[in-house]
Each structure stands twice: as C-alpha cells, then as structure tokens.
Design a protein around this ligand. Structure first.
Ligand SMILES: [Fe+2]
Ligand SMILES: [Fe+2]
Length: 162
C-alpha cells in the first residue's frame, strides 16, 4: 500500500474501498441536488434568470447521477449512503454560483480518479457510467464558470488520501 499520493496510484484498490468511495460520490450528488433545488429558486435578479433556469435542469441531472451511483453501490454489494455532504447557503447570487462551481470541480476531480479505479478492478461498465456522468459534470462546471464570467478551473485528478 505504499503509493505516492501525488500520482493518484490505483494499484491496490479493493472492491470494499470502491464502495466507500462511490458512497462519497453519492453524498456529493445529494449535496448537488439540494443545492441546485434551493439555489435555482432563490437566485434573484434579471441577470441571473437564465442561469437559475439552467440550475433547475442541473437538479434533475444530479438526481439521475445519484440513482446511477446508488445502483453501482448496490451492484457491488454495498448499501447506498443516505447522507448528503453539507450544503452552504448565502444571500448573494455570486456566492451561490461559486459554491456550485467549487463543488462541481471537486466532483470532477473525484470522478476522474474513480474511472481509473474502476478500470483497475476490471469494472469497465461502472467506469463507462461514470464517464457519462463526467461529461455532464463538466457541462455544469462550464455553465457556472460562464455565469460568473470566469475561466473554467482545471479540476485535475483527485488522489487517494493516505
Ligand atoms: Fe452529478
Ligand atoms: Fe453537476
């Protein structure tokens, strides 16, 4: 188990660890559902109407991701978590959009690593599902960065904590 954190090495991943990590992904999906449901309704101001509508669409996509990830946890013999990651709130539209952007970036970092970990275990179908989710997460990230007038952050790839 001696792996260099910065490489994100996946050599020693077990199925049990993959279940744990997918449950962390699921709790991030729950967080995203909640954030998008609330933020899409409370964003006020003419300049935010388009992005508010977009966030409603994101909420539905995050729900589909949560279902897909919980299906994979069950398939692997685990119990899907019921705990969302905490959701931050703010009165300021820019803060809400920034929280969402940060969370999407974190989600992308994690799913990039998860694809590799699934492939290491020979779980190519799970990897394929996660690739499809990744495509939508990157679209979410682009929508948010664009609404904030920012460049899309480089998510990189997560590394396994030691
Ligand atoms: Fe998602
Ligand atoms: Fe997303």
């Amino acid at each position: 188990m001696k792996e260099v954190a910065s490489t994100g090495s996946t050599e020693k991943i077990s199925r049990a660890r993959l279940i744990e990590l997918l449950n962390e992904d699921l709790s991030r999906e729950y967080q995203a559902i909640i954030a998008y449901i609330v933020y899409s309704q409370v964003l006020k101001g003419a300049e935010y109407m388009d992005i508010a509508r977009e966030l409603e669409t994101h909420a539905g996509e995050e729900l589909a991701h949560a279902l897909l990830i919980s299906k994979q946890v069950d398939y692997l013999g685990g119990m899907p978590t019921v705990m969302p990651q905490p959701v931050r709130t703010s009165e300021k539209p820019k803060d809400m959009l920034q929280f969402d952007l940060n969370n999407e970036t974190e989600t992308i970092r994690n799913y990039r690593l998860r694809v590799r970990q699934c492939e290491t275990l020979g779980e190519y179908a799970i990897a394929e599902h996660i690739r499809q989710i990744l495509v939508q997460e990157q679209e979410h990230q682009i929508d948010l960065a664009t609404a904030l007038g920012k460049d899309v952050p480089d998510a990189g790839m997560a590394t396994e904590p030691k």
